[in-house]
Design a protein around this ligand. Structure first.
Ligand SMILES: Cc1cc2nc3c(=O)[nH]c(=O)nc-3n(C[C@H](O)[C@H](O)[C@H](O)COP(=O)(O)OP(=O)(O)OC[C@H]3O[C@@H](n4cnc5c(N)ncnc54)[C@H](O)[C@@H]3O)c2cc1C
Length: 420
């Protein structure tokens, strides 16, 4: 079976609810009907793009409530103004134009696996041949009082705008002892704290609160060392072993090793933990203890022939890395991106009643942003930190942006801005 078409389809406008496709001949009659992809993030959009490159692909429908794809690893650079909104948040109608992928701007609320149909908040009922779940993750409050009411998130364009307003206000007011708290010293909390400290230029102290004994416990040793140095250089106050008990409008209540403490803060950014909320599925699929959907190594939902899942929402069982007992895969864009290629292939295999391939994760390394114009990276047997790592990280992500024409537009913009 030939699965690659090097010639891109002729460019045509693609808007919500348009369907223009080539159906695959030789489909198992059991799985005729469109491939419906729920969620247009790293897992969903890249699966749609990979399928759209096949010469004879089935009808494809992407259901996604937002109008722009968001390249989350570069959200820090949008906050700092180092990148522009259109570069990291291209519109779905532009990305999918002429690719034979229909986009429906809606949210899926319920899936009936037996009848192979789904329902949306817009009141639509749609049938599918195969369904891909790629609804990602969201902020987890752990039920701590005040997090939802007073905590700022950092995973959407609206979050970036809110945080830019906070930074502007803190810089204008310049009151003594202004504090901004970031909760969670994982990659997001550390990267965000460095950018915020650079943007604030001393107008407020950044407090980085971590419940565990250390920042970046899962990171590579080199990146962790570089991150700690970057935090120190910016006077970010890293407080480990502090559990947040409550978030108020102007304070954080903490349990620390020396007892309870109230920290007066201007704002709290919450980056601790992920929560998973896929649409309701009947019959109820198996989930892991964190609420993620259990999928087999071929990315098929356990016990569901026509339902697949990838990205943050999927907990892959069995061996997925070539090792005897592979550790759980991290919730990263790198994993979702690689799964998309495997899943696109498996969807086509399933339609032809061919055996499916297991997903094998290839660890390509780790990059973290550490303030304006700085980064640290480990990969391919080498390590690098500072401005050169920042440029390399940008280039690496350029090659991961969705769609060749968007990559070229962004590259052209960077060249135009370049001052030797
Ligand atoms: C600030 C930040 C920085 C990050 N940096 C990195 C990094 O440097 N490197 C890295 O590898 N990873 C990074 N990650 C993690 C990475 O972005 C995620 O692992 C990745 O986005 C997961 O892809 P996904 O497709 O599962 O989910 P997402 O990309 O989150 O996409 C899910 C999509 O589903 C849609 N959706 C949700 N519910 C529904 C529904 N009911 N119906 C229809 N659509 C729905 C959402 O609108 C969303 O567009 C970062 C994450 C954040 C928040």
């Amino acid at each position: 079976m030939t699965r690659t078409d090097p010639q891109p389809a002729a460019e045509q406008p693609a808007g919500p609810q348009t369907m223009a496709h080539t159906d695959a001949s030789g489909d198992d009659p059991e799985v005729r009907g469109p491939v419906v992809i729920v969620g247009g993030g790293f897992g969903g959009l890249y699966t749609a793009l990979a399928l759209s490159q096949q010469r004879r692909h089935p009808p494809l429908l992407l259901i996604e409530p937002q109008d722009c794809f968001l390249f989350l690893p570069l959200l820090y650079e949008l906050l700092s103004g180092e990148l522009r909104r259109w570069e990291i948040a291209p519109r779905y109608d532009a990305l999918l134009a002429g690719r034979g992928v229909a986009w429906l701007q809606d949210r899926v609320v319920e899936i009936d696996a037996a009848r192979r149909c789904l329902h949306t908040t817009g009141g639509r009922q749609l049938d599918f041949g195969q369904l891909v779940l790629a609804t990602g993750s969201r902020m987890h409050s752990f039920g701590i009082p005040g997090v939802v009411e007073h905590g700022l998130g950092f995973r959407s364009l609206a979050d970036v705008e809110r945080l830019q307003t906070v930074v502007r206000q803190l810089r204008q007011r310049r009151r003594p002892l202004q504090r901004l708290a970031v909760v969670g010293a994982g990659p997001s909390g550390v990267e965000l704290s460095c950018k915020l400290a650079d943007l604030l230029e001393g107008a407020a102290v950044v407090e980085l609160i971590e419940q565990g004994p250390a920042a970046l416990p899962q990171a590579r040793a080199f990146n962790r060392e570089q991150a700690l140095l970057a935090l120190q250089r910016r006077d970010v106050r890293l407080r480990c072993g502090c559990r947040v008990r409550e978030v108020g409008a102007d304070h954080l209540d903490l349990d620390t090793a020396s007892g309870p403490e109230r920290l007066v803060v201007e704002a709290v950014v919450w980056t601790a933990g992920l929560d998973f909320a896929p649409p309701a599925i009947r019959p109820e699929p198996a989930r892991d203890s964190r609420g993620r959907l259990l999928v087999d190594p071929q990315l098929r939902l356990q016990g569901h022939t026509h339902l697949f899942a990838l990205g943050d929402i999927a907990a892959v069982g069995g061996d997925h890395g070539g090792a005897e007992s592979s550790p759980p895969l991290p919730a990263t864009a790198q994993v979702a991106f690689q799964q998309a290629t495997c899943l696109a292939d498996n969807l086509l295999r399933a339609r032809c009643d061919e055996p499916l391939e297991p997903f094998r994760f290839q660890d390509l390394g780790e990059m973290i942003s550490l303030g304006k114009g700085e980064a640290s990276l480990v990969g391919g047997g080498f390590t690098l930190a500072g401005p050169a790592a920042f440029q390399l990280r940008r280039l690496a992500y350029l090659s991961r942006l969705p769609g060749r024409s968007h990559q070229l537009r962004v590259a052209a913009g960077w060249l135009a801005d370049w001052q030797p």
